[in-house]
Structure formats: C-alpha cells, structure tokens
Write a protein that binds this ligand. Structure first.
Ligand code: NAG
Ligand code: NAG
Ligand code: NAG
Ligand code: NAG
Ligand code: NAG
Ligand code: NAG
Ligand code: NAG
Ligand code: NAG
Length: 466
C-alpha cells in the first residue's frame, strides 16, 4: 500500500537528519494593503500564503477550526489535535508523503469547508508535535483512489472530502479551482483562493481554455493516480526561449516526447526529470542510449554564477545569483504558460535560509524547478511534478469527472481534466522582477546564457550494446 502523496513543506526538510526547515512566519516584505479575502461567497474559501512555500485554508471539524495545507497530491484529511465532537471508527490509518508521514485513529465529524457542510466526514486525528502543531492539518484533494482512509475502511464512510461534497448534491458541478498568490509580487497582492463547484469572479475565461485530459495510470498502480496531464512535445522553453528536450519515462505514453506532469499544490519546488547520465531512450532501439542532462541543469546551469549547491537545511539544489532573470515557459495543448521570474528563482531569506551564496560570494536565489528529490519505486507513472512555482502562474480548474467514489451516476460525469488560464503577463512579470530584485535598475539586457538549450548530448561514443 504505497502512497505517493506529495507535500511541499516537507520537501523543504533536510532528508538526512529529518530536521525541519524553520519557517519564520510570513515573508519579510514591507506592509502593503492586502486585498480582502474573497472567501465570503458560497463555495469559495480564501487561502493564506506562507512565504510562497505553503498555502493554507481554514476549515471546521466538529465546530473547531483547523488551518490546513491544500494538497492536490494526496487524498486524505488529517487534523492535529483532538476533535471533541467526533466519533471514533475504531480503525487507524496513515499517510506517507514524499518526506514525512502521519498516522492516527480514523474519526468522523461534521466538516465545514468552502461553504459546504458534510456530516460524518472521515479524517485522521493526529497527535500534535513540534512539526504538526495543534490546530494544523492537511486536506488532500486528489482522487479517491489515493485515499488511505478509504482503503482502510473500504466503505463509503471513508470517502474523501470532495467526493462527499460532490455526492451529497449531484447538482454541484464536480470541479475545484485554485488560484495561488505570490508573496513577493509588487503589483498583484492576494494570498489565494480555492473554490468548489464555482468559478472565481473575473476568471471565468478559464472555461474556454483547452481541456487537458487526465492520463490514467495502469490499474495495478491506481493508488498512484494523480491529477496528471501531458505536456506538449517541446513543451519546456528554456531561458533563451528554445525548447529543452524531454524523453518520457512513462511507458504508456504514445508520444515519447510528451512528459507526464503531475499537478500538485503540495510541492513548493517543482520537480523536473533528473535523468541519470545514460538513459535508454524510450521508443529507440534497445541498444541506443544517450547522455541527457536534467531539465533543471538545462535551465539553471546556463546562468553566470549558477551552481548546484548543498544548502544547509535544504539539501542539493540549483542556485542562481538573485539579480539574474530566469524566463521559462511550459506549453500545454498549444498554449504557453510563462513562469514569472520571481517564481523561477526564490529569495531564500524569507524562508529562514541565510547565507545562500555561490562560490564567488554572490547572494543567490534558489531555483524553484529542481531535479526530482525522492526516489520512485517501480514503474514510473509521471515525469515531473509541477507545484506551487507553476501554479502561481495559472488559474486552474481540476475537474474530477468520474474520479468520484461510489455513486451510480459516476459514468455520466465524463473524463477528469484540467484547465489552465495563464495569469502571468511576460512584460509585467519582467517589470516586477526589475522592481523587486534589481531595485528598479534593469540590468537584464546584459545577461548572457551559456551553451545551448539542448540537454541531449548526441555522442555516439556513449552508445553501448544492451
Ligand atoms: C449560500 O448558500 C445558502 C444555502 O444554499 C444560501 O442561503 C445563502 O444565501 C448563500 N449565500 C451566498 C452569499 O450566496
Ligand atoms: C472491499 O469491499 C468490497 C465489497 O464491499 C470487497 O469486494 C473487497 O474485497 C473489499 N476490499 C478489501 C481490500 O477488503
Ligand atoms: C444543490 O446544488 C444546487 C446547485 O448548486 C443548488 O441550487 C441546490 O440548492 C442544492 N441543493 C441542496 C439540497 O443543497
Ligand atoms: C560557461 O560554461 C563553461 C564551461 O562549462 C564555464 O567554464 C563558464 O564559467 C560558463 N560561463 C558562464 C557565464 O556560466
Ligand atoms: C549536504 O550537507 C549535509 C550537511 O551539511 C550532509 O549531511 C549531506 O550529506 C550533504 N549532501 C550531499 C549530497 O553531499
Ligand atoms: C443510486 O441512485 C438512486 C436513485 O437515484 C439513489 O436512490 C441511490 O441512493 C443511489 N446510490 C448511490 C450509491 O449513490
Ligand atoms: C524575460 O522575458 C521578458 C518578457 O518577455 C523580457 O522583457 C526580458 O528581456 C527577458 N529576460 C531575459 C534575461 O531574457
Ligand atoms: C544600474 O546598474 C548598472 C550596472 O550595475 C550601473 O552601472 C548603473 O550605474 C546602475 N544605474 C543606476 C541608476 O543605479
């Protein structure tokens, strides 16, 4: 019963020591006028944004408030503390994340979330500790097939939160939307919103964006089913605007040049293919291999002063001098989604990481698209995970289609899909970068990139017979 649920905050953990990175509250930026939360309408709840590395929403269980991380990469609800007004099912369960785990008794109580009330919602009651403070928690918004509570109880009592909401009123459209704010942004100040069954005002254009069909993992891996879609061929544009090569490691994909991308609000640093030096290229004759660099190397190594660095409290990661502007773009169904340069590299100081400098002593920012940092066992079901550093650039619809547990109308709900509306205008983003990282002095014209955007080194001397 392997669970690949992904959690960003826990990514920012020194894996060897298990020491948690200390998050020093909110980003230390000058006070600005915060927009009022737009969470006062039915179906919508406001998020709070902690330093761009975790996004929280409030919910109530048994009348008590919990502040929970929003995680589309897992499917269970847990709360740290004791919910007085709850019923113990007598069963226990747990969830293991990419880093870290929780376990506890499965209880049920009345849940209030995003304007909906659900009776007898199942959740894990977790004993508070220094990492999981009383009153904190996590809401897993992924498909039911990934729910450990459901797997343990094996009855409708164990259905995940969104299933319960969608099933209790089949007139509720079965989608959720997420909009994440950017703490450093000088012009668009909002923490974020999540909505269920309705669109946020002024973002309804998202409905005319292409529907990106969720790709299904093989039945034997159904516990690893996530919201995952295919990136376009040549769908990652590097800092010079040219595509970075990708060869998928997912066997089911018919076009080997299309990466399978998990969209996971639980990762602050997106995870891009690592690739070992020598990779058997899918779709090529068995004996053909090539040297291929990580997508992260192909993005960051081209900047002057960029280094792959072991950062205390974080581990190995690409760093880039903070005054260098990294422009990258992802493409889905022919649409371009530009990544804001304030998202492509993150200022480490508000994260409590100090003294991040390269070997020349330049203060450096952390690349927010890093090589995959954990090992996946067995058949690979995805190539990359686009987390918060991507999601801050789109308004996203997650349509659950027939990802709904039980019920007899599920066959009418259609296929699950995602829709992305780009929220980043490249030229405005550039101005933001100049204002925030360069104190208004646009020196980016003097930036040069090293090497080429191709990450496949086509060198026949590296061929070997299988
Ligand atoms: C929210 O929904 C309830 C019941 O469905 C309704 O009575 C109330 O007017 C709604 N509030 C808003 C702000 O739409
Ligand atoms: C779950 O319940 C169904 C029928 O209710 C049963 O067929 C199945 O074997 C059960 N699965 C497990 C793992 O207990
Ligand atoms: C079910 O949802 C529809 C559409 O959102 C709403 O009009 C209706 O009042 C809801 N019914 C109940 C019983 O909540
Ligand atoms: C370009 O790459 C070469 C060789 O890898 C390296 O020595 C040099 O420092 C790089 N220059 C920049 C500007 O990154
Ligand atoms: C990074 O540094 C930490 C201690 O500072 C060390 O324990 C760890 O092994 C290092 N990681 C690598 C990959 O060198
Ligand atoms: C199936 O549909 C019938 C009629 O609409 C309803 O009474 C029943 O509760 C539904 N069953 C489930 C499991 O949703
Ligand atoms: C990044 O993109 C913006 C918008 O297209 C452009 O103005 C800027 O010059 C680019 N920066 C670099 C370093 O290429
Ligand atoms: C802008 O930066 C450049 C390069 O560092 C410097 O030469 C110039 O004086 C700066 N201009 C202002 C107005 O600070």
């Amino acid at each position: 019963m392997v669970t690949t649920a992904f959690l960003a905050l826990l990514y920012l953990v020194d894996q060897s020591s298990g020491m948690r990175l200390k998050i020093q509250g909110q980003r230390n930026v000058q006070t600005r006028h915060e927009l009022l939360p737009r969470g006062n309408i039915n179906g919508t709840t406001a998020l709070s944004n902690n330093a761009d590395i975790s996004y929280y929403a409030n919910l109530m269980l048994g009348g008590e408030v919990f502040t929970v991380l929003i995680d589309t990469g897992s499917s269970d609800l847990w709360a740290a503390g004791s919910v007085t007004d709850s019923i113990d099912t007598g069963a226990t369960s747990g969830v293991r994340y990419a880093v870290g785990a929780v376990k506890g008794p499965i209880k049920t109580s009345t849940l209030q979330f995003a304007g909906y009330t659900v009776q007898d919602q199942a959740f894990l009651e977790v004993t508070p500790d220094s990492d999981r403070k009383k009153g904190s928690g996590l809401i897993g918004l992924g498909p039911t097939s990934g729910s450990n509570i459901y797997a343990t109880l094996n009855t409708s009592v164990g259905y995940a939160v969104l299933d319960r909401i969608f099933l209790q009123n089949t007139s509720t459209p079965n989608y959720m939307t997420i909009l994440l704010g950017r703490a450093e942004d000088p012009t668009d100040v909002f923490p974020g919103d999540i909505s269920i069954g309705e669109l946020l005002d002024s973002y309804s254009n998202v409905e005319s964006e292409p529907k990106l069909k969720v790709t299904m993992v093989p039945v034997r891996d159904s516990r690893n089913q996530h919201f995952q879609v295919l990136l376009d061929q040549d769908g990652v544009l590097g800092p010079d605007g040219l595509p970075i090569s990708i060869i998928t490691e997912v066997q089911q994909t018919s076009n080997s040049k299309q990466a399978t991308v998990v969209v996971d609000s639980g990762f602050s640093l997106s995870q891009v293919p690592k690739y070992v030096n020598m990779v058997s290229l899918r779709g090529m004759p068995n004996e053909f291999t090539a040297w291929i660099r990580s997508i992260a190397d192909a993005i960051y190594s081209r900047f002057s002063g960029a280094e792959y660095h072991n950062i205390t409290g974080l581990g190995e990661a690409w760093i880039v001098p903070c005054n260098e502007e990294v422009n990258i773009t992802f493409k889905f169904s022919g649409n371009s989604y530009h990544i804001h340069p304030l998202d492509a590299t993150m200022d480490p100081s508000p994260l409590g990481l100090t003294g991040v400098v390269n070997s020349e002593g330049q203060s450096s920012c952390i690349g927010s698209f890093q090589p995959i940092s954990f090992s996946t066992s067995g058949q690979q079901t995805f190539d990359m995970i686009l987390g918060m550093s991507f999601l801050r650039n789109v308004y996203a619809i997650f349509n659950y289609g027939d990802f709904i547990a039980g019920g007899n109308d599920t066959s009418n709900r259609g296929n699950p899909y995602l829709q992305f509306l780009s929220t980043t205008d490249p030229s405005e983003a550039h101005s933001d970068f100049v204002a925030v990282r360069l104190n208004g002095n646009d020196t980016t014209g003097g930036q040069t990139f090293n090497g080429t955007s191709s990450n496949i080194i086509d060198d026949s001397s590296h061929e070997y017979a299988a």
